[in-house]
Design a protein around this ligand. Structure first.
Ligand code: WQD
Length: 342
């Protein structure tokens, strides 16, 4: 069985990806210092896959501790690198914390991959690298605009670090996966998103408002040049994102990669506005959402959605969940966390 190291394995996308990898025949170990996640999420993973997953509680910015993981696991075939800080607003307030954490952890992982001859690397990137695109949908060849935040800069720089490193080590290949907006939860209800503190993202903000954890939600801006004035995004179910990682590893291991470092957009190819997402949630939950129309949020991109043809063609990826299912699973997870059954 091929062993995969998942960094950030206790996180939202990391935990869902571990489920998909194991269900598709891979052996998985996780490393996560739980600074932004809970080890308890692996209990939910275990309920789904029926086996325990070992997590190394290690800070990847500590090279010696990271190196020790590879000494103990000299049979790692691939690495999926999720571990990073990802809050756009926080990155503006504390840029050096983001550059230090997100880039040093990546560099340590790549140094160990090279030292231990790990041939395959999958890097967690984001549609944020495109900035505010001139044309949509964006393809993988769409030129980067300046990043809207230090978080976005760490993704742009991270991609370049991976690309340049892989180019220097012919025994390695890599894939950069650019997620659009990951939302929803595993249909089992055993794992999902666990925001720390008040959620910055739209969908957990909606579900926490609907369940009563938040008093009211704000729609940030309704004067944008879109169909209803609110921002447009490409929401993609986290389980579809997870499966794309399994397919990306298959692609690298089978040597189907066209270049040493391929890039793929992971979006549905459909754009929805904030107000359309709220309408869908109200349909799914059967209740009106308590929200107000507010000013724009600094740094927000007006509209972006993916051209996902490349991932569909080369990775054989076919997203299964539509917006209704995304809202349904997100709502079911929120209710389960608050043990409300209705
Ligand atoms: C979506 C839309 C908000 C909250 C960022 C990162 C991306 C990824 C996801 C890590 C925007 C609006 C939001 C609210 C609102 N991060 N909104 N009221 O900013 O598109 O993407 O998070 O993987 O890389 O860039 O996601 O969910 O924060 O916002 O109106 O209470 O919802 O203004 O238009 P975003 P988001």
């Amino acid at each position: 069985m091929k062993k995969i190291l998942v960094t950030g394995g206790c996180g939202y996308i990391g935990s869902h990806t571990i489920v998909d990898l194991v269900q598709n025949g891979y052996e998985v170990i996780s490393v996560d210092n739980n600074s932004r996640s809970s080890i308890n999420i692996l209990n939910g993973v275990e309920k789904i896959i029926g086996k325990k997953v070992k997590n190394y509680t290690v800070d990847l910015c500590n090279f010696d501790d990271t190196f020790a993981i590879f000494q103990e696991n000299e049979d790692i075939t691939g690495i999926i690198h999720f571990a990073a800080y990802k809050a756009v607003g926080e990155s503006v307030e504390n840029p050096l914390m983001y550059f230090d954490n997100n880039l040093n952890s990546l560099i340590n992982i790549l140094r160990c991959a090279e030292e231990f001859h790990v041939p395959h690397v999958v890097f967690s990137s984001s549609c944020t690298v495109y900035g505010n695109p001139d044309e949509i949908p964006v393809t993988e060849n769409t030129a980067f605009k300046p990043a809207e935040s230090p978080y976005g800069s760490t993704k742009q720089m991270g991609e370049d670090i991976v690309k340049q490193t892989i180019n220097s080590y012919p025994d390695m290949n890599a894939i950069l996966l650019r997620y659009f907006n990951p939302v929803g939860a595993h249909p089992s209800g055993f794992i999902g998103e666990i925001p720390l503190g008040r959620p910055a993202n739209l969908v957990p903000g909606i579900t926490q408002t609907a369940i009563g954890k938040l008093p009211q939600m704000q729609v940030y801006g309704t004067d944008y040049p879109t169909k209803d004035g609110s921002c447009l995004r490409d929401y993609i179910h986290v389980s579809d994102i997870a499966h794309a990682h399994t397919l990306a590893l298959d692609y690298l291991i089978e040597g189907r990669n066209e270049t040493s470092c391929d890039v793929f957009n992971l979006g549905t190819g459909n754009g929805y506005t904030v107000l359309e997402v709220i309408r869908m949630f109200e349909k799914v939950s059967g209740q009106a959402l308590n929200y107000v129309l507010a000013d724009r949020r600094p740094g927000d991109v007006i509209a972006i959605y993916a051209n996902n043809d490349k991932a569909k063609t080369l990775l054989h990826w076919d997203p299964q969940y539509d917006l209704e299912a995304m809202m349904q699973t997100a709502w079911d997870w929120e209710k389960k966390q608050n043990s409300i059954t209705n």
